[in-house]
Design a binder for this molecule. Structure first.
Ligand SMILES: [Fe+2]
Ligand SMILES: [Fe+2]
Length: 445
């Protein structure tokens, strides 16, 4: 925790000021200009009592504030307009030292500290994200290390232009990127499921968000789920869907909101990515169910999140362009190639940060590897296959609408063999995914 510095030449006053700070906040009282010079940079905020300012004068503070510095807050005599103007001009904040100033000071300092904490947390997150990306990169390098007798040229991963990525890493380092946060409702729903809380209480939780609950009711009334009667309220909707499906669709509804963008250029691409993710979620679910795999993590959610790295990169790039920190003239092809080549690592890092299990993180990292490792797991095979299958149905992440990826023999893929799928099974799955998408894709927006 960073220190709060209290600069005062009067030790009793300094004591009073330090009593206004939160109890767990560390503070140091300083009385000399030397101490202020040496300590100010590592501190969270500097509170300057007016007696200290009077002793050392405007020029001394001007010098300090020329360079990067924490916020300076001065307790100024309320009738000394001249001083207030002086210090405002050099970038110092002030509050009037009225008889009851402690309350005011306490509030001002608390606000400043909260802001500083937020920035610190964001920095921390970015550092963690970078670390995870590096870890994943080195893990990937090890995996792709040349096998004896094979030239390193043959095992080199496909080249990806890194200019956009360089820029992203650059702004990351400067702390200028905000990472999306996992929607609160998803987190709280999961916590309740973990605690084994009953449907009624879960209903109470969902009711707090009318947008989510009304969408959940429409899903339960879709052709796909419709019973004899219409579900009119959340309770009926949840009991029709069952807890598992309710959880899946709440995740989908919450996730859907992350696909919004202010950058017009990306609206369509993100729409397509959303449909790709939703289709992949459902395809993963029916693979898990029909093959009775009983995967440890929910297949639907794994499918839903497998390309979250694409979303993250679209969002970052879109944001940087709007803030004019990245040129508009990036070619679509370059953009899509960069995202293709790097979304695995970014997605894995984001899911790690969101505290998803190792299984989710690995799927985000490796689902696109066409030559999968020997240690292929059931959940990896499911999402790998679901991803290819929905692309063959036209739910691609690139290209234009309704333009299926170039012909791929689905039954001839490693994941199909691993799962033991034949042509007729695959056709049946395709039908089911198409029906699901027709009936439900419009209901989450
Ligand atoms: Fe992907
Ligand atoms: Fe994908």
């Amino acid at each position: 925790m960073k220190l709060v510095l209290i600069a005062s030449t009067d030790s009793k006053e300094a004591e009073k000021i330090s009593n206004t700070l939160p109890q767990d906040q560390k503070a140091a009282i300083i009385q000399s200009s030397d101490q202020l010079v040496s300590l100010s940079n590592g501190s969270a905020i500097v509170i300057v009592d007016h007696n200290f300012y009077e002793q050392y004068g405007l020029d001394f503070f001007k010098d300090i504030l020329k360079n990067p510095h924490p916020p300076f807050l001065m307790l100024a005599p309320p009738d000394d307009i001249q001083t207030m103007v002086e210090i405002m001009e050099i970038g110092m904040h002030h509050i009037p030292k009225i008889p009851d100033y402690q309350k005011l000071l306490g509030l001002a300092v608390n606000n400043a500290l909260a802001q500083i904490n937020e920035q610190e947390q964001l920095k921390q997150t970015i550092v963690t994200l970078q670390k995870s990306v590096k870890e994943l990169e080195s893990a990937e390098r090890e995996e792709k290390a040349p096998v004896e007798g094979q030239s390193s040229f043959e095992t080199k991963p496909h080249e990806v232009k890194t200019n956009i990525l360089d820029e992203i890493v650059f702004v990351f380092k400067r702390g200028e990127i905000e990472l999306p946060t996992l929607p609160q409702m998803s987190i709280r729903f999961q916590e309740m499921v973990n605690k084994g809380i009953n449907l009624q209480d879960i209903g109470e939780l969902l009711k707090q968000d009318t947008a989510i609950s009304s969408k959940l009711i429409s899903v339960s009334n879709s052709v796909y789920y419709r019973g004899i009667t219409e579900s009119k309220n959340l309770g009926q909707a949840i009991s029709r869907l069952g807890l598992k499906n309710a959880k899946r669709y709440v995740d989908a509804i919450c996730n859907r909101s992350l696909y919004a963008t202010k950058n017009k250029r990306f609206v369509k691409l993100l729409e397509r990515l959303w449909e790709h993710s939703l289709a992949c979620a459902y395809a993963s679910q029916i693979l898990d169910e029909s093959l009775a795999l009983n995967l440890q993590d929910d297949a639907f959610t794994m499918g839903l999140l497998h390309d979250i790295g694409r979303l993250l990169l679209f969002q970052i790039i879109g944001d940087l362009q709007l803030k004019k920190k990245l040129g508009d003239e990036i070619e679509n092809e370059e953009l899509l190639n960069t995202i293709d080549g790097h979304h695995g690592k970014f997605g894995a890092a984001l899911l790690k940060k969101w505290k998803f299990s190792e299984g989710f993180v690995k799927i985000a990292a490796y689902h696109d590897n066409s030559t999968m490792a020997d240690s292929i797991t059931k959940d990896m095979a499911v999402v790998h296959f679901a991803n290819l299958m929905v692309k063959s149905l036209g739910y691609t992440t690139n290209g234009s609408e309704g333009d299926p990826m170039q012909e791929i023999n689905l039954e001839d893929t490693e994941s199909a063999r691993f799962l033991g799928l034949d042509v007729s099974m695959i056709d049946e799955y395709k039908d089911q995914v198409s029906t699901f998408m027709q009936d439900l894709k419009g209901l989450f927006a």
